[in-house]
Design a protein around this ligand. Structure first.
Ligand code: ZN
Length: 106
């Protein structure tokens, strides 16, 4: 299953207490239908001391967000958009912004 969103896309939160906040996609989990978005949906984790975190304590990290909670922000018109699809003359499939009709993928 493809979510229509790729790594390094910009997305905006459409619900929850971070509604309207934008972030860059760090990772896409197609099978779970989730995305990891930079600086959004931050959770605090209590860590035991380890090699990586010698002191232990609390670290903050992004938690995955369901695809249905975000919308892609079009890099051309800068608006939240649904993703359309178009086939180029050379046969390759590209994503298209349904707001401004511009091709998102280059
Ligand atoms: Zn657009």
């Amino acid at each position: 299953m493809s979510l229509g969103i790729k790594k390094n896309d910009t997305v905006v939160m459409m619900s929850g207490n971070e509604k309207g906040k934008k972030g860059r996609v760090l990772a896409v989990y197609n099978q779970k239908g989730q995305l990891l978005i930079e600086k959004l949906n931050i959770i605090k984790r209590h860590m035991k001391p380890s090699k990586k975190y010698a002191q232990g304590g609390i670290i903050e990290k992004e938690a995955p967000v369901y695809r249905s909670k975000v919308a892609l922000v079009c890099p051309k018109c800068d608006k939240p958009t649904k993703i359309g699809c178009s086939i180029l003359e050379n046969g390759s499939k590209v994503r298209v912004c349904t707001v401004c009709k511009e091709i998102i993928d280059r």
